[in-house]
Ligand binder design. Structure first.
Ligand SMILES: NC(=O)c1ccc[n+]([C@@H]2O[C@H](COP(=O)([O-])OP(=O)(O)OC[C@H]3O[C@@H](n4cnc5c(N)ncnc54)[C@H](O)[C@@H]3O)[C@@H](O)[C@H]2O)c1
Length: 272
């Protein structure tokens, strides 16, 4: 159902790989809500994933970019403004990757080149994206920039590995740039901290199925799915949240404020 919350707005969605991706759902909902958008992902993801099918469905273009490369990012903003006919109103950073996780390197046996890449791809790319946009004055006043994060930034979760450090940095960048961009150009910057979700990136986390089950039982409203995360992103892109900036917003069915639920107690006693 459309409420035209994004009518007339122009956006860029980074990170739609396949129909499980959170960015995929955001792209679909943004168009449904009246926005025009461009998509971006790495050349290899565009080749191997389903991004082209999404672009066809939404009648839009894909601009290939490695989000760690500032020249690529510059191109994304230039070509998006050209294709959409003006400054950008919202940007979604839905990007994460850890080579240490892919190679099963534990947190006390990290490969440091991989660690650099984790931080660069999953967090510093957010800084690069925003800095380039600001230099180019590519985002209109009142614009909204969002990245997706996880509660492993605040608390330790087994298996989350070096992505926890990347998420802590990502959230810090949102605060620091939220101040600077808000002060200078009236642009807001936030992160949404999402429940565990069974996407391609999500499934790379060691023990993910157990975590999904545990989080479901620890959340009074249950886990939030990708579709619901996309709904929250749409609200954050809309004019209904004009004064929300520099925040890490939990979207997790209440998980982040729970200590222990009866469902977990019952489960534990049953298994003992
Ligand atoms: N799935 C979860 O449980 C969960 C929970 C909280 C937050 N998140 C975050 O949500 C975001 C989206 O992940 P998802 O779960 O939809 O998985 P996904 O695998 O569908 O998306 C990850 C995307 O990152 C892209 N990417 C990787 N390296 C890149 C690079 N160098 N440049 C540009 N793009 C690159 C991939 O191509 C892919 O499209 C990530 O930041 C992830 O950490 C996911």
């Amino acid at each position: 159902m459309s409420n035209n919350l994004l009518k007339g707005k122009r956006g860029i969605v980074f990170g739609a790989l396949n129909d499980k991706s959170i960015a995929w759902k955001v792209a679909e909902k943004a168009v449904e809500q009246g926005a025009t958008i461009t998509l971006s992902n790495t050349p290899v993801a565009i080749r191997m994933g389903d991004t082209k099918a999404l672009a066809e469905k939404l009648n839009t273009i894909i601009i290939p970019a490695d989000a760690t490369n500032v020249e690529d990012l510059k191109k994304v903003f230039e070509e998006s403004m050209e294709a959409l006919g003006g400054k950008i109103d919202f940007v979604l950073h839905s990007i994460g990757m850890s080579m240490n996780m892919r190679h099963n390197r534990s947190y006390d046996d990290l490969n440091y080149e991989f660690f650099d890449r984790t931080l660069n791809i999953s967090a510093i790319s957010f800084h690069k994206m925003i800095q380039i946009a600001k230099e180019m004055d590519a985002i209109s006043e009142g614009g909204s920039v969002l990245a997706l994060t996880h509660i492993a930034a605040q608390r330790t979760f087994t298996g989350y590995n070096d992505m926890a450090d990347a998420k802590a940095l990502l959230e810090s960048i949102a605060r620091s740039f939220g101040y600077v961009y808000g002060r200078d150009k009236g642009v807001r910057v936030n992160t949404i901290s999402q429940s565990p979700t069974l996407t391609t990136a999500g499934q790379g986390i060691d023990g993910m199925n157990a975590f999904v089950d545990f989080a479901e039982k620890m959340s009074p409203l249950g886990n939030a799915d990708a579709e619901e995360c996309a709904d929250y992103c749409i609200v954050m892109f809309s004019d209904l949240t004009r004064k929300v900036t520099m925040q890490n917003l939990f979207h997790d069915g209440g998980f982040s404020n729970m200590g222990l639920t009866q469902a977990v107690v019952d489960d534990y006693i049953e298994k003992k």
